[in-house]
Write a protein that binds this ligand. Sequence first.
Ligand SMILES: Nc1ncnc2c1ncn2[C@@H]1O[C@H](COP(=O)(O)OP(=O)(O)OP(=O)(O)O)[C@@H](O)[C@H]1O
Ligand SMILES: [Mg+2]
Length: 258
Amino acid sequence: MSAVPLLKVSDVSKFYGSRIGCRNVSFELYPGEVLAIVGESGSGKTTLLSCLSTRLMPTSGIVEYHMRDGQYRDLARMSEAERRFLMRTDWGFVHQNPADGLRMTVSAGANVGERLMAVGDRHYGNIRAAAGDWLRRVEIEEDRIDDQPRAFSGGMRQRLQIARNLVTSPRLVFMDEPTGGLDVSVQARLLDLVRGLVHDLGLAAVIVTHDLAVARLLSHRMMVMKDGAVIEQGLTDRVLDDPREPYTQLLVSSILQV
Ligand SMILES: Nc1ncnc2c1ncn2[C@@H]1O[C@H](COP(=O)(O)OP(=O)(O)OP(=O)(O)O)[C@@H](O)[C@H]1O
Ligand SMILES: [Mg+2]
């Protein structure tokens, strides 16, 4: 891991009117590091992820990103065009519902190829070859390249969404409950795939999940949220094996007893 953080998050809060979304969250994320955000429903996980990924503007606090040119940029001070460019190139965002992250009425190949075109690739043959290669990497038969995601199963759609996000070699990927809508056997396989890709590509990732098994499998570090605040954070194995906060202990034990 590099010595310089990719993301620096300082005292981020988001209020929806008088309701707290998340409050006073600070952390740093390093290149190649996978951070899991866990906590019960309504604890602020999606709100925080949205603030990090510029989908929401924090009410207060600063999120800085280490650009490829070596500069830190305050995301709130970027132009809309700059933010969109980051989203299309350096970042990926994997939605819980694949339909939110795919174009359902264009082919699988176009879903992947479109991102390459967005970073300036114009050669049809290269784009199609890269798309086919990525379909293979996410275990979709290459002869499905001209099918629309509408004709795919839920697990295939999620794998296609992952291919679409990773084809541009992003440095940072945000995932909100990436296995949430899938049945258990499909989840396990997808998690294996995500773990392999994140490792092989040296990706940094922020993964929101309510499932501690997902955090255990994918993340190096985790943050536990409650009522909008981070109440415990640390290395994933430490937090899960030796939780310090009573709330985390409850979370860990209640999951283990299921
Ligand atoms: N658009 C919104 N307007 C008003 N309040 C909101 C909005 N989005 C979220 N909230 C509130 O912010 C708090 C945190 O919600 P958030 O969606 O971040 O939780 P979460 O941890 O992602 O929950 P879940 O596991 O159910 O997805 C909740 O009290 C929620 O009601
Ligand atoms: Mg959520």
